[in-house]
Design a protein around this ligand. Structure first.
Ligand code: URA
Length: 207
């Protein structure tokens, strides 16, 4: 029987990052998404479902070889109903549920904070980034934008290079999550493509 928040977390399916198929490189590009979904849990690999297929087609068009990239998610756990909002709560909701918040990580959206039981997911992301030291990082949507930079406002930030708070000195290129494009926003695909090209050029040492 599940008794605590820790039990609930332990019961969630988990998918780790896709590591690059090349030795550590000073030109490494990292792609960071939100959390795995059902398809990713089945495959044991991030971004293999519909979002992943759309991402792959844009990576190919941008001349980026996915296998040479680090592909990770902010949360390795598949959230209930695929809704990452389950990993965050307002102060009032956390009090009601008797859960602690990781307020030091900063606000996510209007008034929510990451639940403390998931805060070590950010540490794990930090560690993998420190290990592989990518030259540039693509934040795919608002969750990685928050985790990597502490900021919100993905639609305002997209395409504008931000500083990474987890790996100082490394540029973060925020862009849409592919699922946003799939949800009736296909007109934004040229911007998405341009953001990938920008990130690849930063990783290659071009301004
Ligand atoms: N969406 C994500 O954010 N990550 C995945 O791995 C799959 C879908």
């Amino acid at each position: 029987m599940l008794q605590s928040a820790e039990d609930l977390r332990a019961a969630l399916p988990r998918v780790g990052p896709q590591l690059p198929n090349i030795p550590p490189s000073p030109r490494l590009l990292a792609l960071v998404g939100e959390a795995p979904g059902r398809d990713e849990v089945i495959a044991g690999k991030p971004f293999v479902g519909r979002s992943g297929q759309l991402l792959d087609s844009h990576l190919r068009a941008a001349g980026i070889e996915r296998a040479g990239c680090l592909v990770a998610n902010v949360f390795r756990f598949q959230p209930p109903d695929n809704k990452v909002g389950h990993f965050f709560a307002s102060r009032a909701k956390a009090r009601r549920l008797g859960l602690d918040l990781a307020e030091a990580l900063g606000r996510f959206g209007g008034s929510d904070y990451c639940l403390a039981i998931f805060a070590d997911e950010i540490d794990a992301l930090s560690q993998i980034l420190a290990e592989w030291r990518p030259a540039a990082i693509v934040a795919l949507g608002r969750t990685p934008l928050w985790a990597l930079t502490g900021q919100g406002g993905i639609l305002e930030c997209r395409g504008k290079v931000q500083a990474c708070r987890l790996l100082p000195g490394v540029p973060v290129v925020p862009t849409y999550h592919p699922s946003y494009l799939l949800r009736g926003n296909r007109a934004a695909e040229p911007n998405f493509q341009a953001d990938l090209v920008l990130a690849a050029s930063l990783a290659n040492g071009s301004p």
